[in-house]
Design a protein around this ligand. Sequence first.
Ligand code: HEM
Length: 156
Amino acid sequence: VDGLFWVNVFSRWVHVVSAVVAVGGLVFLAGALLPGAVPGSSMLGGALQRFKRLFHMAMGLLLLTGIYNLVVVVPKANALGAMKSTYHSVLGTKILLALCVFAAAFMWQAEAGRDLSAALTRKRTLLVTLVLAGLVLLLSAVLRRVWDLDPRLALP
Ligand code: HEM
């Protein structure tokens, strides 16, 4: 086990922790905080402001560690044989959808910044963000398991 192994472990850890914080935060927002929220309360405004900072931090880390994961994973994926094109198309779709999640979350934050009570009643943007985030997680799980389809790389 060399130093690079631990760098790779660290980058995956930061990637997964950031995903947990970003998606978990969105689920908490949509499923717990906003349904009972009183528009105009200063507690709500402050919570959303703090969540925005956390979410932006998680997004930056997801991008940084995602790009690092790419550098590690793409040369390996090129050696995948028959599963190579499947891996690359799932990976490409995942990255594209992840960028859509970031864009949709930005849109919701902008809507809430303009008119919070309207954003509380019209939940579409937040729901779209959540569905896309769920798909990104599904595709990430597929990526993790595609390696098993290559008999040389399969886990016992
Ligand atoms: C909403 C944003 C994102 C979420 C929720 C997310 C989530 C995840 C999760 C849960 C994993 C699996 C980690 C593991 O099993 O060890 C993963 C792996 C990965 N992610 Fe992300 N990610 C996001 C954005 C990105 C972005 C923007 C990139 C690239 C620029 C990226 C590139 C990768 C790569 C290359 C892997 C490794 C796949 C493999 O194991 O074969 N991710 N991601």
